[in-house]
Design a protein. Sequence first.
Lengths: 307, 307
Amino acid sequence: MLYLYAPQDMVRYQHALQQALPQHKVQCWPEEVAVGQVDYAVVWNPPAGFFNGMVNLQAVFVLGAGVDRILKRDDLPSTVPIVRLTDAGMAQQMLEYVLYGVLHVQRQMGQYRRQQTLRQWQALTALSAGQTRIGVLGLGEIGGWVAQSLAAMGYAVAGWSRTGRQLPGVQDYIGEAALPDLLARSDILVNLLPATPQTRGLLNAYLLSRLPSGAALINAGRGEQVDEAALLGLLDSGHLRFAMLDVFEVEPLETVHPLWSHPSVLLTPHIAAMTQVQPAVAQISANLQAIKQGQLPHGLVERERGY
Amino acid sequence: MLYLYAPQDMVRYQHALQQALPQHKVQCWPEEVAVGQVDYAVVWNPPAGFFNGMVNLQAVFVLGAGVDRILKRDDLPSTVPIVRLTDAGMAQQMLEYVLYGVLHVQRQMGQYRRQQTLRQWQALTALSAGQTRIGVLGLGEIGGWVAQSLAAMGYAVAGWSRTGRQLPGVQDYIGEAALPDLLARSDILVNLLPATPQTRGLLNAYLLSRLPSGAALINAGRGEQVDEAALLGLLDSGHLRFAMLDVFEVEPLETVHPLWSHPSVLLTPHIAAMTQVQPAVAQISANLQAIKQGQLPHGLVERERGY
């Protein structure tokens, strides 16, 4: 039996999963089920105690790319394989989100918006794509796709990852020691890192101030990776001129948080890349079949690595 | 002798032209010159009477893609060939501009901006690229590049032109009779038509109201092609939900114009695609050499067609 918990679109997921996996009965939280008979769980941030008693659980499929929250749980034995989504339509959405932020900065759309409110007709100097240096942190399936697509559009892209990754048109920066150099050459820093103990708090005041004066930050990775107080300080001083933020240390962002009203901040409620039902279910059912045939699923999480 | 008039970057154009064409003396307006000895003119909107007395003029090179203004002049004999820029870095800039508007609509960035001012944390349903139907009016070098690039990014693109143009991934709509159909299937209408007598006033109240309810308009063609009063009416009624406008019936846009402060309008001062010195000069010097060798230059304007 497959047990499902999805905070949104639960019924659509149930129907799609049942259709893709007719040999499994798909049941939804909070239906009462015999927990000992749950073979597979498909979840996004289920309530505490959700996994209690699931002694026959063969695998957990996470309805997203980030597994930081599920790895912290105490109701899930460390022997149960966790499988995350590796793209499922999210890379394209992430590219769209990042591209909007890049164009907003490169084409000075914030300044034009201010001029519009003042009824000022004034052309501004724009950098070409080739003059716009973008640094992408995280070169997994999503970050790699974003970096490579921006490079194909003519931007000067460098990418940073733990172990390096050769991508067409993307300058490769490898390991922690190379991070300050990548920041120093990035007019726009795009954070797409996975949430791991190593990336937590990574973008602190010291590193953020390595960005060139007038640089911009796009954060669609995880909120915990950026020191929000340091970011606010650098935006206030003008060292950073713009931040587009989709993720925050605490979500939903607290109503009193100063980021809401900062004039240099564009803020979205964790929507950069949303899981889509059809591609997610296709990936989960393919992975479930793989596991049943004794193969490794795509997106199997290495717990010690954190993704 | 080559005589130059550029409203911006005159000195940079002079140096670049002189370097590219060492056998020609390059002089700038308002230097006094023997007008009878001007062989070539390189101009963008020169003052009235600029061409008076240029009896030996071999060709006029326009520092832009649009030639509507120069075709209306009474100081330029109709026998002098006019050569316009056909890309010169403008297609890429136009793609950037249009893409920003497309992403703004598709990813509901205007609504997120409003939510931010209200400190509302609320995810909205987003259409995928494939669900977003874009109609591009004008499939010349710029419009064709934009249509084809959007199609390559996964958008559902249809293109409209006078004579048709097969472009990969772009549905082809041909001729005036097909225009209402193209509009009826366009969630986002992108106007990139050249300014000609035929396109003047084309997007009137009747045609604009053929767009589906909730559609958006991006106009980076010419202001005279869109009935601004009709557009304002459709924005006020909510039939159109957004307009991104770079061009206007009168430029600079009059300070009292209601478009400046309309909540559904994003407005820029004719900056979507600005001529860049280096590619423009490279194209002009290549075309000048072609003319001297008796070949047809790229971008030779057909006066009766208007581009």
